[in-house]
Design a protein around this ligand. Structure first.
Ligand code: 1BN
Ligand code: ZN
Length: 344
């Protein structure tokens, strides 16, 4: 009798345990359920809300004075006192506008014999910032006027060929000083560009940029855009889409030409392709693998692809047209500030 009731009790206990575990498993999902808040979809880190900056006006009168000042030193032919004095003034000017300047000294062989002493002037706006734009020009002038009919052995002023591009760089430096923004800009004045052999080897030209491309001023330098200015100040200037530029940086070319058109400078920036030109950008492309474009005037005046004044004594201050400086300078100003604004 006692045995029977024990068995019944055991059966009840087992049944109760079975029931309890069934109930426990049945309510398990509800016990673990988190509150019903939808999980947000995964997104990239949002771009911080940077305040947009209005593109400043580029002042062509000031740019013209920067061109004139360089010319007033006398021809900036390598190994001359004028060349040295102009270099010292350029360094001082960029520093005046708050730039951190590197004077990159170099020596290179002159194809006619001897050695050129050169200096690339590297002016850095906010060197601590990673995102950067590079705009360059050459600051030396040719030590002969080999396309002239007289005084062919005398150096030229190079108001257009050299000083115009540097004049625009200086005005960009002044503009950045007066209109600060948080993106890096490197303005490089290459030396020893213009004393090569017109009938000889390509690498007799652009000695400063060849050196810089092998001795970059920043490790792993990879600017967002890289633009060279050459022959950017003469009356009748015409800028076509140059061959090497189109090969390596077609998007930069389109960006610049479209921007120039939208600003009303379509007269100068022509939507037409032209062939490749040996210039500093070629050595930057080949030596440093930086896709640099060249804005260079090739108005094709008769037998003179670079204009009748090119490598003659007519390349003096009288050839400079403020309207051309404005077209190129304003386009560069827009490229800088609109890249910062994130719209270019
Ligand atoms: C541009 C202005 N160049 C010289 N003055 C570069 C160049 C070098 C153009 C060789 C053609 C031939
Ligand atoms: Zn030249």
């Amino acid at each position: 009798m006692q045995k029977k009731s024990n068995r019944r009790t055991l059966a009840y206990v087992l049944f109760a345990l079975l029931l309890l575990s069934a109930v426990f498993y049945a309510i398990q999902p509800y016990l673990n359920k988190k509150p019903d808040i939808p999980t947000p979809p995964k997104t990239e880190t949002p771009r911080p809300n940077i305040p947009q900056i209005k593109v400043p006006d580029f002042n062509p009168d000031s740019a013209f004075l920067f061109v004139k000042k360089q010319v007033d030193f006398g021809p900036r032919a390598p190994n001359t006192p004028a060349h040295q004095k102009c270099a010292a003034w350029l360094v001082k000017e960029f520093k005046r506008y708050g730039f951190v300047v590197i004077e990159q000294k170099l020596q290179a062989p002159y194809y006619k014999g001897g050695t050129f002493n050169g200096v690339n002037i590297i002016a850095q706006y906010k060197p601590e910032l990673q995102k950067r734009i590079l705009i360059a020009a050459h600051w030396d002038s040719r030590n002969e006027a080999d396309k002239d009919t007289k005084d062919v052995n005398k150096p030229i002023d190079g108001a257009d060929d050299g000083a115009s591009g540097v004049g625009i760089l200086l005005e960009l430096a002044r503009t950045l000083h007066n209109n600060p923004m948080d993106m890096g800009v490197d303005l490089i004045c290459f030396d020893l560009e213009d004393n090569g052999d017109d009938k000889g080897a390509q690498d007799t030209w652009c000695l400063g940029s060849q050196y810089w491309a092998k001795n970059l001023h920043r490790p792993n330098y990879s600017p967002y855009s890289a633009i060279l200015l050459d022959l950017v100040g003469a009356k009748g200037a015409r800028f076509y889409k140059e061959g090497f530029s189109r090969d390596v940086a077609p998007q930069t070319v389109e960006k610049v030409w479209n921007k120039a058109h939208s600003l009303g400078y379509g007269e100068y920036f022509v939507h037409e392709n032209r062939g490749p030109i040996t210039d500093d950008h070629l050595f930057v492309i080949r030596g440093a693998q930086i896709p640099m474009i060249d804005i260079i005037s090739t108005p094709n005046e008769g037998d003179h692809p670079f204009g009748a004044h090119h490598h003659t004594h007519n390349d003096n201050i009288n050839i400079i047209d403020k309207k051309v400086l404005k077209a190129v300078g304003q386009t560069m100003t827009a490229v800088i500030y609109e890249t910062y604004n994130g719209v270019l």
